[in-house]
Design a protein around this ligand. Structure first.
Ligand code: 5GP
Length: 204
């Protein structure tokens, strides 16, 4: 078996990334998922420890100082970061792992893990994104405006990602299937098939 793939999925907040990633995890029950830490307040229906580790600013800063964050950023006034321990555990076990993080974090990860696969999930249009953000009902006008302007900035950086997937309206299964196909293809990249190639050359 080829070694595990670390896939980073970014995309504007409200673009349906969370829903698509959930579907990918249902399709690939063995895949690992990094639960991020954040200082933002939980939204209705979010659970501590499975959607995020919801922690205070002091604890977050302490984790940074202790080197417990693999990457972190400030996004619309709140800290978000990837705790190192969970990711290292999954990678060590040889399984694939998904990190659902924004662009600044994605570039920090790519520097630390050059083999990481980066994918940006974009909405079909900005007006569709605005509709989805408002439809969520949990954001204030200010938050919607700041998330929309951040979204436009993020999408401009799409070309530094390895893959771009357009999350068409109402086709969660379609987007999730494309991501599963990309993971399958990445497992067959020759750089990840060294063991298989060496076995063959060793025996012949
Ligand atoms: P939200 O508040 O909508 O859950 O997340 C806001 C943004 O932060 C999203 O783009 C999400 O992907 C990103 N994000 C979530 N967790 C992390 C993390 O651990 N690190 C970074 N850099 N971004 C994150």
């Amino acid at each position: 078996m080829s070694k595990g793939v670390l896939i980073v999925i970014s995309g504007p907040s409200g673009g349906g990334k969370g829903t698509v990633v959930r579907r990918v995890r249902e399709m690939l029950p063995d895949i690992g998922f990094s639960v991020s830490a954040t200082t933002r307040a939980p939204r209705e229906g979010e659970t501590d420890g499975s959607d995020y580790h919801f922690i205070g600013k002091d604890r977050f800063r302490e984790m940074i100082e202790n080197g417990e964050m693999l990457e972190y950023t400030v996004y619309c006034g709140n800290y978000y970061g990837t705790p190192r321990s969970e990711v290292e555990k999954v990678i060590g076990s040889g399984r694939d792992i998904i990190l659902e993080i924004e662009v600044d974090g994605a570039s920090q990860i790519k520097k630390k893990f050059p083999d990481a696969v980066t994918l940006m999930l974009i909405p079909p249009t900005l007006s569709e994104l605005e509709k989805r953000l408002r439809g969520r009902g949990s954001e204030t006008e200010d938050t919607v405006a700041s998330r929309l302007s951040r979204a436009a900035e993020e999408i401009k950086l799409a070309d530094i990602y390895d893959y771009v997937v357009v999350n068409e309206c109402d086709d969660i299964d379609g987007s999730a299937s494309v991501i599963c196909d990309i993971l399958t293809a990445e497992h067959h990249r020759s750089s990840r098939m060294k063991n298989e190639i060496n076995n063959f050359t060793d025996n012949h």
